[in-house]
Ligand binder design. Structure first.
Ligand code: INI
Length: 156
């Protein structure tokens, strides 16, 4: 087939400073996402001293803190982690919509890669499955995504 120039990001976290912004709400789940993200970064060459975890009350507060970090800090990328679990009111929909829209906007406006590790689940079981049980760990996946995107952005 054709041989075209292809730009891909290497999964190498050496020398990168990464901020993990994580909500306290549903900490039983979010704690596992944080562990998954840190484990992924360290196994791919990051130094523990170069990783900072910032806790916020809930998923709704993730965008604001991501915005400040993106505007004023020295981080190469951010990993946003949280878990929104559907209750019996429309609150779930508002929190999910604002958190996801806000995070996407900040990444686009600032050009800083932000890994999106916000679980939006119907019940606790679905959340646990995605926080290190049999559907994987979305914290690790968000770490992989931010790492790959940082390395792609460096080349274009
Ligand atoms: N925040 C979450 O991170 N997950 C949830 O499941 C959740 N629910 O279900 O209400 C939640 N709500 C709090 C919200 O993120 C804000 O912290 C709160 O509204 C104060 O601004």
């Amino acid at each position: 087939m054709y041989s075209v120039k292809t730009i891909e990001g290497q999964l190498n976290a050496q020398g990168l400073k990464i901020a993990i912004v994580a909500s306290r709400f549903n900490d039983f789940v979010v704690g596992r996402l944080i562990d998954g993200a840190i484990d992924y970064l360290v196994r791919h060459g990051a130094s523990v001293e170069d990783i900072t975890v910032i806790r916020v009350p809930g998923a709704y507060e993730l965008p604001l803190v991501c915005k400040k970090l993106a505007a004023f800090s020295q981080y190469s990328g951010i990993i946003a982690l949280g878990a929104v679990i559907r209750g019996s009111t429309p609150h779930f929909d508002y929190v999910c919509a604002e958190a996801s829209k806000g995070i996407a906007q900040i990444s686009l406006q600032t050009g800083l890669p932000i890994g999106f590790g916000l679980l939006t689940c119907d019940n606790l079981e679905q959340a646990i499955e995605r926080a290190g049980a049999h559907v994987g760990n979305k914290g690790s996946e968000a770490a992989a995504a931010v790492l790959e995107t940082i390395r792609v952005m460096e080349q274009i």
